[in-house]
Design a protein around this ligand. Structure first.
Ligand code: HMG
Ligand code: MG
Length: 309
């Protein structure tokens, strides 16, 4: 087993995290979070979604947030676009990547994007064409690859089927998503293998919500297959308004801490990343959900208290 020596982390906190907050987060705070993440060395950030503001009002300030970011060279900025209308709105903000999102479960597809899996694939067709014409790459996120809040367990073949349809459409890369965090390492590996039957290793990423505390183990299990790209959220923000009870993505801080301990490079400065997570957690009025950040902050507080004046 050879683990990758570099892992790319896409921080999806500004999008996956803040789409799920009851309180409205001002655009200026979202922009500051993006700035802090890029200053910490995060090389790709999922900033916002161009979805219906009636469905997800938290992302209604999408264009304002994109316009407010002082872009850093070398950093890629991605946004969610469920259909051509969303893509056309997003295009004005010049994202580096757009993300279309389908599900491996029919029930979740209906609840999340109001159409069947087959219909969603047809909606993506013009998005892919328009994105490629504009020189923008397209990622296809596949939700509920191991479990669905409405249908229960999801067979790997379902992920394989959606990955095949995405590949046929010309979608560049796929994200294998455990939307409700019920996955365990072997199940996640089966879902990834189903996607890997259609996509090259460098074109498959993992996106694990941590509802059941399995996301770090699932990340490591993915790395055992050679997968080296993951969506994570600073401070463990996240959730999907159409997957009730699901908590945030695995905290970026926790993944960076694990990888640093394994001498695997991410290019991310952990103290700066923790500061970004602390910033957004303070704004939301709660403690970070990152176990590593909590422990390191507590240790620092003890050391400061013990230090001579
Ligand atoms: P619909 O109602 O079927 O759309 O929604 P429609 O085409 O019939 O249009 C109805 C209205 O929506 C019209 O407005 C359109 O203009 C408007 P009206 O005439 O009624 O005023 N509309 C839009 N407005 C803005 N931007 C758009 C857009 N499209 C239509 N792009 C739709 C279909 C997909 C739009 C809707 O279901 C939707 O917005 N869903 C959002 C779902 C969402 O954002 N979920 C969370 C993100 S996914 C996620 O978190 C999972 C992920 O993290 C991976 C994982 O963990 O599994 C990615
Ligand atoms: Mg998600």
């Amino acid at each position: 087993m050879t683990l990758p020596n570099y892992v790319k982390l896409i921080d999806v906190g500004p999008r996956d995290g803040l789409q799920n907050e009851k309180q409205m987060v001002p655009a200026a705070v979202k922009i500051e979070l993006v700035h802090r993440l890029q200053d910490a060395g995060v090389c790709q950030i999922e900033v916002t979604s161009f979805v219906s503001p009636k469905w997800v009002p938290q992302m209604a300030d999408n264009a304002q947030v994109m316009a407010g970011i002082a872009r850093k060279k070398g950093v890629r900025y991605s946004v969610l676009t469920p259909n051509l209308q969303g893509f056309e709105a997003a295009l004005k903000s010049q994202p580096d990547e757009v993300v279309v999102f389908a599900a491996a479960s029919e029930a979740f597809s209906q609840r999340n994007i109001n159409c069947s899996i087959a219909q969603s694939i047809e909606r993506f067709r013009p998005v892919v064409q328009a994105a490629h014409a504009a020189g923008i790459t397209v990622r296809g996120d596949i939700s509920c690859t191991v479990g669905c809040p409405y249908e229960g367990e999801v067979a790997p073949e379902r992920t394989g089927m959606v990955a095949r349809l995405m590949k046929e459409l010309g979608i560049d890369t796929v994200g294998v998503c455990d939307t409700i965090g019920t996955g365990t390492p072997r199940k996640v590996q089966r879902a990834l293998e189903a996607a890997l039957a259609h996509y090259a290793l460098d074109d498959v990423s993992g996106h694990f919500h941590d509802t059941y505390g399995q996301a770090l183990a699932n990340t490591l299990a993915s790395m055992e297959l050679g997968v080296w790209q993951f969506d994570t959220s600073s401070a463990g923000l996240g959730g999907c308004p159409y997957a009730k009870g699901a908590t945030g993505n695995v905290a970026t801080e926790d993944v960076v801490y694990m990888l640093q301990g394994m001498d695997i490079n991410t290019g991310i400065d952990l103290p700066k990343l923790m500061a970004a997570g602390h910033y957004i957690s303070e704004h939301l009025g709660r403690a970070t959900l990152s176990r590593a950040a909590k422990a390191l902050m507590a240790k620092t507080a003890v050391e400061l208290a013990a230090a001579p004046a």
